[in-house]
Design a protein. Structure first.
Length: 292
């Protein structure tokens, strides 16, 4: 685990209107201007709780500036991330469980930062198409080209990107599957069912039942935070191993949820389909589970 400490300060009148990199240089007297730029570019600087990757961002009086100091892992760690698609200005990786999709305050080391290192580009030039919760595995897609990033954003807005997940859940799910249609409200990094929330729609079908558990295929039509995990909990089929939205016994180290496939059409002659194999813990669960 990387060592971490942070620096916080509210911007006063003397620094208001200055570029972010100049502000850091003025506040961090023992750190070079070059190091200040690196902190911004690697995603360690936040303004009013939001990450800022733009060196030329001007600050305003009263802004809350936070800098999180966290050491990156050695370059040997980068070889463990498998690239499964690299074309059309897009890149997809097979994200392992417990690797964040993008840098967080607690862990700067992420799939996005690894790609930045491998491609020798900045985080600001890597645009997430989908995001997977840290303990979730599977297909994770980024756009490296601005034009394709715009195209993909339009597809997301039109709900034209099909995402297929697999999950092991508690309970015997219906053989013909089901539609889950509960609005979701998000607050303080958690999501829950609330009629005042945003529309959320999830379809699933049963692949197999095993004792008092089921392997299901899931197709979310919307992309709310923690949507699949919250919807399955509400439907009475919490994901096995999900300590946030699931139930005991937690016989897996993480929620057994995996993004299996992403597919979409960039144009009439450019259909993109990206797939990831089920991870070892999915296979071991089925092999070793004897029911509870």
């Amino acid at each position: 685990m990387a060592e971490k400490k942070s620096f916080k300060k509210n911007i006063d009148a003397n620094l208001a209107g200055e570029r972010l990199d100049k502000v850091l240089s003025a506040l961090l007297e023992n750190i070079s201007r070059r190091e200040c730029r690196r902190l911004i570019e690697q995603g360690s600087v936040y303004i009013n709780q939001k990450r800022c990757l733009k060196l030329s961002k001007t600050v305003t009086k009263g802004d809350c500036l936070e800098i999180v100091f966290s050491k990156m892992k050695s370059e040997k760690s980068f070889v463990n991330l498998k690239i499964i698609f690299d074309d059309f200005g897009l890149i997809a990786v097979d994200k392992p469980a417990f690797l964040p999709s993008v840098p967080t305050k607690s862990q700067i080391y992420s799939a996005q930062s690894i790609i930045a290192k491998l491609k020798s580009i900045g985080l600001k030039d890597i645009h997430p198409v989908n995001r997977l919760d840290t303990p979730v595995s599977g297909v994770l897609l980024f756009a490296l080209d601005k034009e394709y990033a715009k195209t993909v954003e339009k597809l997301k807005a039109q709900e034209s990107i099909e995402k297929i997940y697999f999950a092991w859940v508690w309970g015997i799910t219906p053989q013909n599957g089901e539609k889950i249609d509960f609005p979701i409200l998000t607050k303080s990094h958690s999501s829950f069912i609330d009629q005042k929330g945003k529309k959320a729609l999830t379809f699933y079908r049963t692949i197999k039942n095993l004792y008092n558990s089921s392997l299901i295929e899931i197709r979310p039509l919307t992309g709310r935070m923690h949507q699949i995990r919250v919807h399955l909990k509400e439907a009475g089929f919490p994901i096995i191993g999900d300590r946030k939205y699931g139930k005991e016994p937690f016989i897996s180290k993480r929620p057994l949820l995996h993004c299996k496939r992403i597919s979409f059409s960039l144009s009439e002659d450019k259909m993109v389909t990206i797939e990831s194999d089920l991870p070892e813990d999915f296979l071991m669960f089925e092999k070793n589970f004897n029911g509870y």
